[in-house]
Design a protein around this ligand. Sequence first.
Ligand SMILES: [Zn+2]
Length: 246
Amino acid sequence: MVGMPLYRDAAIVLRTHKLGEADRIVTMLSRGRGKVRAVAKGVRRTRSKFGARLEPGMVVDLQCYEGRNLDTITQAESLASYGEAIAHDYAAWTALSAMLETCDRLTEEGEPSPQQFILLAGALASLAGGVHEPGLVLDSYLLRAMAIAGWAASFHDCARCGAGGPHGAFNVSAGGAVCPVCRAPGSAAPAPETMVLLAALLTGDWAAADASERRNRSEGSGLVAAFLQWHLERGVRSLRLVERAT
Ligand SMILES: [Zn+2]
């Protein structure tokens, strides 16, 4: 281990998979280093607390040795664990899965994104707190995570020419609301209330979001999913599990 740099950072576990007989590779979003992939050695051989702290959705204070390809976890202290609050609620659990998978897709190793870390940590706490409907927490997270990644949707002014809104059409490839001039074939025509809801979710206006009606939440979720999938090359698999009201 001589000469191998050691680092410490807060991190959210995004996913894990098995490595060999006893080890596990843990993919995490760290606060200061962007996405990190690290080996947790021996965690599958014993029922160690160490391993139990490295489940998807957990927030840990992490200590690692930097490796050539993979880092090695030497310590993981729990900062927050939302598993219990989320595991018994199917809607919350599927929302959690979709958030973790999206975060994994939007972040890169070696590219620090403290904003994505703060956003995800806040969304996990919100989901576990149960104050807002899980689907709203998810859609708010997705819109804001995409905005941080450089794909901010517009729900008022025209996303193509900037003409002042509100506009009655939404075009995924244009980036959101489109005016009558910019409206391309295949644009959606969502209810005005749905556009207001999506704008509230993007800006974090929870009073407006919580007061929204089910049909607008459902329509909004469809637009958010289409917007996300347009920007990611393939769909986020977990989104298909999320129960959408119809
Ligand atoms: Zn326009």
